[in-house]
Design a protein around this ligand. Structure first.
Ligand code: BGC
Length: 678
């Protein structure tokens, strides 16, 4: 401890340091200790105005984290963090309460839009860059919600009952990976884990997080997640947020009665003081290095890379200005007559796009949108008509006529923060019946139909997917959405986003939850089979698999090579050729399958990925590395990661269900590291 001397603090002052001074600030111990301001996250700065705490300052509404993850671009994740850091510096926030690295175990979870993926490796990779982006600029982070907080329904009471292996391989893994970036803080979740609240769970906080995962920062609680101050301190929770009335009294009484030792308090206080010192040290290094316009431009760029093209039958997209201007024959005439195209954008979302889901992750932006239909008209020079939702009720037949007369009808549809929000789960993964009816009716009268879907997680499209020509999953793409989307739809930019979660055919196809899910316990009897690991094991068809997304370019894979660099280190290289006339970025994925093991293992697991820009007709060689963690499973027999010798298969391709390249390698670790398998 450099600047602060514990001995100069009274017991009351020390205990006061262990809970917030208010909603967003740490306590100052009667002016003896500097305070730290914390603020939400994750998709921008949601900072409460210190003067009027019910108001939040405006900030750049970045694409939410599920869209960021759909970029598969780790450089963007870093830039995303750095962009928000600039806003923190500008407003005076010291720590951003982000990123959320919880696994999307079910598409129903109301907070999926805030999280990265159903896959722990993707979540961990994005977490590392996100944290570095902020912390390299001197702003702290809080990796949350630790842990197994995978649904919002009754989140403050329902216990997540998870076996050790699933806990480590799926739910703790992103936290474990995030440690590489040395986050200043971790936030514990609301829910009990295996019957004990996360805030009181000494095994999770101390043995696992500090011990096994090597975390040496501060653990704070989620807002109101502490039930018992004494138990929280016993469990080594450092900071209870927000201010808890009576915290000081309860802790001092516990010390006086001998329930807690002063040393236990001191250990927690030291973590708070260390954080304060880290923060003070960082302050002079902080510099705003971007303008508001630049931050907005980054939000646009990230949305461009995170919006996913799911279907594009007959190459209906990109939209052209006049018939034949792309050099191809139009679908409306025989020879590319050069006539202006007519488009119909039908839906209010064109003017008021959904930018985010609801709750603490929702950022208040000051940016004024230009409507999507206006931007499409500007970019293509085509004739673009637009009608808002309420015109359906007044004149649905009129809508059919406009759709009939247009070359393409574009239907932006979905739901916003009224359906997907913190504190509850969705009841269904379908659009409303009325929305589905509308798509079907419009499609029946349109020459060609493009549907743009706004949602924070997977959507069941089974009722209408075959009736439409193109589908774009916009997600909650932040304030840059209309600029990004129009650039993609009109071919100024190429789609390069891919899904980081599986889109099942229907909710019935997803893992349904344990049989004791009654509001009190949620039995994770899906074990390690989460996301694509579940669909693979169950042999289920899905609507769009994990890792899937289309581009205007076309890529072919060849020439897989596996080179051994060490006992468990391998370089995997392969060629990707852009066999089209347009430049594009391809997200290639490398999956590993354990051919035979003493424990059950998933069909395959993502262990590396790369996103590469490839020019028309260019071939690029991509190289990625595999290491110990690519082959290991979490052994509950040894309480550690363990690699079992034997053959492993390597699959490479453009999505989890399209893996044209296959190879194999053998792990042959020294016999004394191995246990008998015969
Ligand atoms: C959320 C956290 C958030 C905190 C402060 C809680 O309800 O779960 O993610 O950081 O509130 O707003």
């Amino acid at each position: 401890m450099k600047n602060y001397d514990l001995k100069k603090l009274t017991l009351e002052e020390k205990c006061a340091l262990l809970t917030g001074a208010n909603g967003w600030q740490t306590d100052g111990a009667n002016g003896k200790v500097k305070t730290v301001w914390v603020s939400d996250g994750p998709s921008g700065l949601r900072m409460h105005n210190p003067e009027k705490q019910e108001e939040t300052f405006t900030a750049t509404a970045m694409p939410t984290c599920h869209v960021l993850a759909n970029t598969w671009n780790l450089k963007l994740a870093y830039e995303y963090g750095a962009t928000i850091a600039d806003e923190c510096i500008y407003r005076g926030a010291d720590i951003l309460l982000a990123p959320g690295v919880n696994i999307k175990r079910t598409p129903l979870c109301g907070r999926n839009f805030e999280y990265f993926s159903e896959d722990p490796y993707v979540s961990g990779k994005f977490a590392v860059e996100y944290v570095k982006g902020l912390q390299d600029k001197g702003i702290g982070t809080s990796v949350k919600h630790y842990c197994a907080n995978n649904s919002e329904y009754d989140r403050c009471h329902q216990s997540s009952e998870v076996d050790e292996r699933a806990l480590h391989e799926v739910y703790l893994k992103p936290f474990e990976m995030a440690m590489e970036a040395k986050p200043w803080t971790v936030m514990c979740s609301y829910n009990p884990v295996n019957g004990v609240y996360a805030s009181e769970n000494k095994k999770l906080l101390d043995t696992v997080l500090r011990g096994q995962l090597g975390f040496d920062g501060l653990i704070m609680s989620d807002w109101g997640a502490v039930h018992n101050p004494v138990r929280a301190v016993e469990a080594t929770l450092d900071l209870c947020m927000p201010h808890y009335d009576g915290y000081v009294e309860k802790l001092t009484a516990a010390v006086k009665s001998g329930k807690l030792t002063e040393k236990q308090i001191d250990e927690r206080v030291e973590k708070v003081l260390k954080l304060v010192e880290k923060n003070e040290k960082a302050k002079p290094t902080r510099k705003v290095e971007s303008t508001e316009e630049e931050r907005h431009a980054r939000a646009v760029k990230m949305a461009e890379e995170g919006i996913v093209l799911l279907k594009n039958e007959g190459g209906i997209l990109p939209l052209k200005g006049v018939c034949g201007d792309c050099g191809k024959q139009s679908e409306n005439c025989a020879d590319g007559c050069g006539e202006k195209k007519k488009y119909f954008v039908y839906g209010s979302i064109s003017e008021c796009p959904y930018l985010s889901g609801g709750g603490s992750g929702r950022v208040q932006t000051a940016f004024k949108q230009t409507a999507l239909h206006t931007l499409i008209a500007e970019k293509t020079g085509a004739e673009v008509d637009h009608r808002s939702d309420n015109q359906w009720d007044r004149d649905w037949r009129g809508m059919y006529h406009i759709a009939y007369d247009a070359d393409v009808t574009i239907v932006p549809i979905g739901h916003g923060d009224g359906v997907e929000y913190e504190g509850d789960d969705r009841m269904s993964i379908r659009l409303t019946e009325a929305q589905e009816d509308r798509i079907l009716k419009i499609a029946a009268h349109s020459h060609k139909t493009v549907v743009l879907v706004y949602a924070g997680s997977a959507v069941d499209m089974s009722r209408w997917i075959d009736a439409v020509d193109a589908v774009v999953f916009v997600g909650f793409a932040g304030e840059g959405v209309n600029e990004a989307l129009s650039a993609l739809l009109c071919g100024e930019e190429n789609f390069s986003g891919k899904l980081t979660e599986t889109f099942p055919l229907t909710l019935e196809d997803t893992y349904k939850g344990g049989d004791t899910k009654d509001g009190e316990t949620d039995l994770y009897d899906d074990g390690i089979f989460v996301g694509y690991r579940y669909y693979d094991r169950a042999g289920k068809q899905v609507l769009y698999p994990f890792g899937y997304g289309l581009s205007y370019a076309k890529f072919e894979y060849s020439n897989l090579k596996i080179e051994k660099k060490g006992d468990t280190d391998f370089e995997i290289s392969y060629d990707i050729t852009n066999v089209s006339d347009v430049a594009g970025k391809e997200v290639s994925q490398v999956y590993v399958k354990d051919v035979s093991a003493m424990v059950h293992r998933p069909e395959k697991e993502l262990k590396a990925f790369s996103k590469d820009e490839i020019l028309p007709h260019e071939t690029k060689t991509v190289r990625v590395a595999l290491d110990y963690s690519s082959f290991a499973y979490y052994s509950t027999a040894f309480d550690k990661w363990y690699v079992e010798n034997g053959w492993f298969e390597i699959y490479v391709g453009g999505s989890s269900r399209e893996l044209p390249l296959k190879g194999k390698l053998k792990i042959e670790l020294p016999e004394d590291t191995q246990y008998s398998t015969k």
